[in-house]
Design a protein around this ligand. Structure first.
Ligand code: FES
Ligand SMILES: [Fe+2]
Length: 349
């Protein structure tokens, strides 16, 4: 079940360019995005109120701050209100596209799905590294033909790196090191931490940092259901610790960010970003990390697309077996179930 009354990442800000109409389905809703002359992103239903022509489709066009439907010319302003119809001067009072609350932040465009009266922009979780001059970021988005819960499960249990991503980011120590899980119900965050004191350095980190030999590797996950997943990754020579004053000059820090946005109940937008605090602006390192991370994401996509088909075809009542490594994923499922269950009563407010 897709939680309603929540903020979801719909796009990167760079995907919505001035003068262009951009359509994307979020949580089963077809949404039109565009930038006004003032540079603000605006979002509204992508179905013309007349005969439901998708407004993101040519020959629909933008003229200044107005969208002119490419079928019969209904014309809409940035608030979705229809300002002109063909063949008559009177515009029906109900001729308005549903507007969506939208916020551009940390390089993402967030959209609120649910009752707009409940949209509180201060509740959008942050990923400040993505727009920080102190970090160099590579990012992308891959479509996933699987329900978003499968990606949540995948990202909360990184022991799969050893098997699914061996030779890229996986080494034996990832699956071999126990995790600690903490649930902060008040903040609505699941924390999963794995600290490897003496581990092999996978190519993803050896080639990007230049570290040779074994490493201390920390994986600290912070998942804010439903959409934002952060992996704070710390790589350092064995024995190196952050200093008492909080500085950490011998370590390399990578902030891996995922936005997990349901497209429909059975498909997902898998936004990924890798922000690093070393080799700033080094295009070779950027190209390497972008190519490696995309490869890793596509390995997950291939596995999860298979799982979706397996689940869709199986009879009800299949019993999974869970072990210690699943505590983070199970905590995330419980939180998502609560958000999903909260939907009808909250929507009724
Ligand atoms: S469908 Fe848009 S004007 Fe007719
Ligand atoms: Fe993975």
């Amino acid at each position: 079940m897709i939680p309603q009354n929540q903020w979801y990442v719909a796009a990167y800000g760079r995907e919505i360019t001035t003068g262009e109409l951009f359509g994307r389905t979020v949580c089963g809703e077809s949404i039109l995005f565009w930038r006004t002359g003032a540079g603000e992103v605006t979002a509204m239903s992508d179905r013309c109120v007349h005969r439901r022509f998708p407004l993101s489709q040519a020959p629909t066009r933008l003229e200044g701050d107005r969208v002119i439907c490419g079928y019969h010319g209904f014309t809409y302003g940035p608030d979705g209100v229809c300002v002109a119809v063909p063949g008559q001067t009177r515009v029906p009072r109900t001729a308005r596209l549903r507007p969506y609350p939208v916020v551009e932040q940390d390089s993402f465009v967030w959209v609120f799905i649910g009752d707009p009266g409940l949209a509180d922009p201060t509740r959008i979780p942050r990923a400040p590294w993505l727009a920080s001059p102190d970090y160099t970021t590579v990012s992308g988005m891959e479509p996933l033909a699987a329900r978003f819960e499968l990606l949540v499960d995948n990202l909360l249990d990184l022991s799969h790196e050893t098997y699914l991503h061996g030779g890229y980011i996986g080494t034996p120590e990832v699956a071999g090191t126990p995790i600690t899980t903490q649930v902060d119900d008040e903040a609505g965050v699941v924390h999963v931490s794995r600290r490897m004191a003496d581990a092999e350095c996978p190519p993803f980190y050896s080639r990007s940092t230049g570290l040779t030999g074994r490493i201390s590797r920390w994986q600290d996950i912070e998942y804010t259901p439903p959409c934002l997943y952060l992996l704070h990754s710390r790589i350092a020579p064995v024995g190196s610790e952050p200093r008492p004053d909080g500085t950490d000059p011998d370590a390399f820090h990578v902030e891996v960010v995922y936005a997990i946005t349901p497209e429909t109940e059975h498909s997902t937008h898998d936004f990924w970003a890798v922000a690093r605090d070393f080799a700033p602006g080094d295009e070779e390192v950027s190209a390497f990390l972008a190519e490696q991370n995309r490869t890793v994401v596509l390995q997950d996509v291939a596995a999860l697309d298979v799982l979706e088909r397996v689940i869709a075809a199986e009879p009800e009542g299949y019993q999974e077996l869970s072990i210690n490594i699943d505590t983070g994923g199970l905590a995330a499922r419980r939180m998502l179930a609560r958000l999903g269950a909260a939907t009808p009563s909250t929507a009724a407010v």
